[in-house]
Design a protein around this ligand. Structure first.
Ligand code: FNR
Length: 385
């Protein structure tokens, strides 16, 4: 266990920051351009107030639900994040095991550090695979491999037609391989445990696309992924092709507009993930909690709506569910857990969120997460100056 007393996700954030070289920290915690959307994802939760009912007599609270076709012990899943091996060499394996210990599921990134087969091998339940859209052999091959490894739900991430402009990473020379200067090398040397693990295990990327996890393979893998999968020429016909190819459930991840959500569902998607990629892609898009109600109104009656972005507290989860989300994903919170304590750290972060959700339900007077609806929230009054 970590020496500090870590009782909130924010505590984990601070502890993770101390443990990671600044280049890696900036990759994990940074955002696009001026990081305006990154900040809004958090602060927009303050724009909603909760409305508790008293003396409701509920002494047992149910947090379990199903989302993405999977049974969950609580309405929180782990979002796909690439290059987890940069944070902790055993990243994806730790994350999937921690998800299972907490009774929830992991969404494995295309640009993971461990292959989709290795992750399925470390797991005993079904998890989600995240794919970028593509119609070439690389996408077809990944879909075939994901199916035969037992994945039945795909999150197709559509908000990366080009990589976002994360200036913090550019300034610090983050890349594969990293651009080293004496000062940056010193920063790595100040994190000897991290540096030792990285050099010893070399788990960067290239597990799913490309041939391995070493630095050279990772460079090649990123090139293939950007050339084949992260492409601005892709359109709805390409998504229709993927929908035909994939027999399982398919969710479109990175939707911020009701018309796009409607189009996705018309095309046969089982649901959408309302996401702005954690503020890492286009800056100045709205925070996800602000667009959730409109998207839930448009498609919520015939498809599942999941939300991610800025969820750090049990009350955030409750607010998102009240506004129409079936479940939420958390990205950075579990990466902080990985940095601090690997599998145990992620289990602990999920435990913190679980306790907070349960307490919030109790205080709100709601018995079951399925009972949350708009009667439990109202828009906050504008602040007084
Ligand atoms: C991401 N995200 C992401 N999404 C995706 O579909 N494929 C990916 O490979 C990645 N990679 C990735 C790396 C890192 C370090 C972060 C922080 C995020 C986006 C992720 O799935 C999710 O949308 C956001 O992380 C949600 O916001 P929070 O919970 O981090 O605020």
């Amino acid at each position: 266990r970590a020496p500090e007393r870590l009782i909130t996700v924010e505590d984990y954030r601070r502890a993770a920051r101390r443990r990671l070289p600044s280049m890696v920290w900036t990759y994990v915690d940074g955002g696009a351009d001026d990081r305006h959307t990154l900040g809004l994802n958090r602060s927009a939760f303050d724009g909603w107030w909760l409305r508790p009912s008293v003396l409701t007599g509920h002494d047992v609270h149910r947090l379990g639900t199903t989302a993405a076709g999977l049974e969950l012990s609580m309405p929180v899943m782990l979002a796909p994040t690439g290059f987890t091996g940069l944070t902790r060499w055993s990243g994806d394996l730790d994350a999937v095991r921690a998800a299972e210990r907490a009774g929830t599921r992991y969404a494995l990134s295309t640009t993971s550090s461990w292959s989709l087969e290795e992750v399925a091998g470390a797991a005993s339940r079904e998890h989600v695979f995240q794919l970028y859209p593509g119609t070439g052999g690389v996408a077809a091959d990944l879909m075939r491999r994901a199916w035969s490894a037992g994945y039945r739900t795909l999150f197709v991430t559509v908000d990366v037609p080009v990589k976002g402009n994360r200036e913090g990473e550019r300034k610090l020379g983050m890349g594969i391989p990293p651009a080293l200067t004496p000062r940056r090398a010193l920063n790595f040397a100040r994190h000897p445990r991290w540096t030792y693990d990285m050099l010893r295990h070399q788990r960067v990327a290239g597990a799913n696309v490309g041939t391995g996890g070493g630095v050279r393979e990772a460079v090649e893998s990123v090139e293939i992924a950007e050339r084949e999968l992260m492409q601005s020429r892709l359109d709805w016909d390409d998504l229709a092709w993927m929908r035909e190819q994939w027999r399982g459930r398919l969710y479109l991840k990175g939707v911020l507009r009701a018309d796009d959500a409607t189009r996705a569902v018309d095309l046969g998607c089982d649901g959408v993930v309302v996401s702005n990629h954690g503020g890492r892609q286009l800056d100045h898009v709205p925070p996800t909690i602000a667009v959730l109600p409109g998207i839930a109104d448009a498609v919520g009656h015939r498809a599942e709506v999941i939300l991610d972005g800025g969820v750090r507290r049990g009350t955030d989860v409750v607010t998102a569910l009240a506004l129409g989300a079936r479940a939420v994903l958390v990205g950075r919170p579990y990466v902080y857990g990985l940095a601090v304590g690997g599998e145990r750290g992620v289990v602990d972060v999920l435990g913190i969120l679980r306790d907070e959700i349960e307490r919030a339900l109790t205080l709100l007077g709601v018995r079951d997460v399925a009972d949350l609806d708009r009667s439990h929230v109202r828009r906050a009054d504008p602040p007084h100056h």
